[in-house]
Design a binder for this molecule. Structure first.
Ligand code: BEZ
Length: 224
């Protein structure tokens, strides 16, 4: 079955993009990476998404995350569409965006990565790309995937929030609870014994009493 599962290594594909030909692993280098797909150029929801992604590019850069988009049209179409995206953002209608867009006109990558949405088709009855987000760690392994249908735009603030959670939990023995935001308390990883948790989190570990008597809700202030 095509597609990527958590822990899979990013395929080292070659592709034409709006910033030249790339080999994916070289593009990622030692950084984190986000690959996000779009159904088609010159479509309304995609235009708003790419506009938002462009505005948030400095935030991704701050977090050492390289951004790359994919849509099933040509480089020329992508460049022309980029002018609309910049204009939508209230900027000069230039062809440059702060990230490349992969030209996957023959859908080769979209098929390989399991990105097609069978419910949304072009005029020839060919499926369009769904709204996939893949986030890769510096080890090039898939850390998170999100899959939305073509008709539902994503929330890029949420994507930044999950990057913050992924990066925190990659380096500290914690997990982030529901609706967590940077700066909120975090949960001590369930696998960490109490004694070790006390040593590892000098700001304190706070346990919430529960009817079961089990002490598994262990909070600690977000570690530095
Ligand atoms: C859009 O980007 O607006 C869109 C694309 C394909 C299907 C539905 C909406």
């Amino acid at each position: 079955m095509p597609g990527l599962l958590l822990g899979d290594e990013a395929p080292n594909f070659e592709a034409e993009t709006t910033q030249g030909r790339i080999r994916f692993h070289d593009f990622l280098g030692d950084s984190w990476g986000i690959l996000f797909s779009h159904p088609r150029d010159f479509t309304p929801v995609c235009t708003t998404e790419l506009g938002r992604a462009a505005k948030l590019a400095p935030e991704f850069r701050k977090r050492n995350v390289k951004m790359i988009a994919l849509s099933i049209d040509s480089v020329q179409d992508h460049l022309s569409w980029s002018k609309d995206i910049n204009a939508y953002n209230g900027e000069q209608p230039k062809e440059e965006l702060p990230f490349p867009i992969i030209a996957d006109a023959n859908r080769e990558l979209a098929v390989k990565l399991g990105m097609l949405d069978p419910d949304e088709q072009d005029k020839d009855g060919m499926p369009l790309t769904a709204r996939v987000v893949f986030i890769f760690g510096p080890d090039k392994k898939l850390k998170l995937s999100i899959l939305y249908p073509a008709t539902t735009g994503r929330n890029f603030d949420e994507i930044l929030r999950v990057v913050d959670s992924l990066q925190l939990t990659a380096y500290k023995k914690v997990a982030t609870p529901v609706d967590w935001k940077p700066g909120d308390s975090v949960m001590v990883a369930p696998t960490l014994p109490d004694e070790e948790a006390k040593k590892l989190f000098p700001k304190g570990v706070f346990t919430k009493d529960l009817p079961s008597g089990k002490k598994y809700l262990r909070y600690t202030p977000q570690p530095e």
